[in-house]
Write a protein that binds this ligand. Sequence first.
Ligand SMILES: [Zn+2]
Length: 253
Amino acid sequence: MAVPWHPRSWAPLAAALTLLLVTGCASGDVPPPTVESSSAAPAPPSGATPGTPTPLTSPDGTDGGTGVEQDIDAAVSVTTTYWQTHWPELFTGGYNPPRILGTYDGDTPGTPVCGSEPLPDDNAVYCPDGDYIAWDMDLMRWGHARGDAWVYLVIAHEWGHAVQNRLDAGLVDLARELQADCLAGAVLFGAAQDGTLTFEEGDTEELADALTALADRTPWTDISDHGDASQRVGYFSRGARSGVKSCLPNVVP
Ligand SMILES: [Zn+2]
């Protein structure tokens, strides 16, 4: 049942996503579409040999086709590749990926700590002290049951915090959580443009659903912390349409 959204057709996909996501929401904070200057050429970056793109939805069109662990591995791989490939085009200085601490269970004794605090139950984190990304498997399973796009969004978002931690302070938005959503949009849609990730029918709805569900969830989505649903969708859409630079304050995309 899945009609593949091929990577080259990302523009209509982005338009569809934007339309879907901003319908009924204030969208005044979304700038007019612009082309990410660093990737005006749609060809994959040199050195990046697209193999078989990671499908965001399994080939048979059902999310049940891939396990949550498999999707997590794919999301980590896609996000790693995106930042390694594009960092030199975007920023000065080298790029070192964060560590992947991976799965924890916030409900049991022995939960890893960030600083002196145990990692939060049913949550996902980037921990600056230790420079690692980790997620409670309960959060991932809960979201994955709604659609596999969930794990891609959560991992790309947390990775956005790792990127913030590598930037000059002037490039970090005061609304750090919303900027992380913007960076997640830039990564997932940029990966589709690169041919490392394939969107299929239903994925945009899943992303919209995930952003909305996350906005309803606490503590990952405490409004004071992460913004309300329309804000999250607006920032994600901006990154999806206009790329990483559109997520950075004081930078003309
Ligand atoms: Zn966050």
